[in-house]
Design a protein around this ligand. Structure first.
Ligand SMILES: Nc1ncnc2c1ncn2[C@@H]1O[C@H](COP(=O)(O)OP(=O)(O)OP(=O)(O)O)[C@@H](O)[C@H]1O
Ligand SMILES: [Mg+2]
Length: 285
């Protein structure tokens, strides 16, 4: 069936609109130098805590930093970072909240009732993220830290496909039993041909033990960035813990050194080498 002239015009307008959207998105993303995802397949291992404290640490070092809560179902990064500033809508665009020097955007900031359940499927998550990316005036960012949803199914997969990250920091726990889940997380990232920057072990100490994160990194041929101890300091939610606890600060100093080393290495890595390595990993999986 032939299209009527009117249909043809409509289709053309639609294509133009899609193209315009993509162009805006690319223009926005070009202003962000490095996008780092914080991920683990297992829930509750401390992804949000690490994403928030890493972002605050980087801002404190003088970088311009954004924090995107990509956990659309149960968004809590804005609550965890605290600080009280809220985003502004100006001419339909989002001026992100700025707390502790970090520009924060989270679904929770746009819900009328925070306790309401968000039940969204992949395409809707994709749309929501795209809107956040297009409509937010991040300005020029050195880093966008992305707090990922847990799991290996629809939600994290959609985020990884929507937002091309430069690399992921994988959060593991000290117990040996959790290693299998951690390996799943890493393999999921590798399958999508995204770089795993390295591994952090969270909750280290006499209660849960230590060492499984380091072992995991060794087994998976990855860099181990360091341990983050289980501490009561995290109960004080008046400020991000990295700004109050000297011990936590030292942990992030070490982790940042590791991440920086890896990022430098990746930038220096010629494209052919990177491609060859991706195929190697695929053969292993
Ligand atoms: N090193 C630590 N010491 C003490 N408490 C911690 C530590 N790391 C995280 N927590 C606490 O553990 C809880 C879970 O952490 P968090 O919300 O960051 O996990 P998550 O991996 O993001 O969870 P989800 O998978 O649900 O998104 C929070 O109450 C947080 O304050
Ligand atoms: Mg979380």
């Amino acid at each position: 069936m032939n299209m009527s002239e009117e249909q043809r015009q409509q289709r053309l307008a639609q294509i133009k609109q899609q193209w315009e959207t993509k162009r805006t998105l690319n223009r926005q993303l070009r202003k962000i130098k490095t996008k780092i995802g914080v991920y683990s397949a297992k829930g509750g291992v401390g992804k949000t805590t690490v994403a928030v404290n890493l972002a605050v640490y980087l801002a404190d070092q003088g970088f311009t930093v954004g924090l995107l809560d990509a956990d659309i179902d149960t968004p809590n990064a804005a609550n965890v970072i605290g600080g009280g500033d809220v985003p502004n809508m100006v001419d339909g665009r989002i001026q992100p909240a700025e707390n502790w020097g970090v520009k924060v955007v989270s679904m929770s900031q746009f819900q009328e009732n925070e306790e309401e359940a968000v039940i969204w499927r992949g395409p809707m998550i994709h749309n929501a993220l795209n809107q956040f990316l297009q409509l937010t005036d991040w300005g020029d960012l050195d880093f966008l830290v992305v707090d990922m949803p847990p799991g290996t199914s629809d939600a994290p997969l959609t985020v990884m496909q929507t937002l091309q990250m430069d690399g992921f920091v994988s959060v593991a726990t000290p117990q040996k039993l959790a290693t299998l889940d951690a390996k799943r997380s890493i393999n999921m990232i590798k399958k999508l041909n995204v770089e795993v920057l390295g591994v952090i072990e969270n909750y280290t100490g006499p209660i849960f033990g230590a060492g499984a994160g380091k072992q995991l990194a060794k087994d998976m041929n990855l860099v181990f960035f360091g341990e983050i101890a289980l501490r009561a300091d995290y109960q004080d939610d008046s400020k991000p813990t990295v700004l109050v606890s000297k011990g936590v600060r030292a942990e992030y100093e070490k982790i940042w050194k590791g991440i920086k080393g890896r990022l430098t290495e990746l930038e220096a890595m010629p494209a052919q080498v990177a491609a060859a390595r991706a195929t190697e990993d695929e053969a292993e999986a």
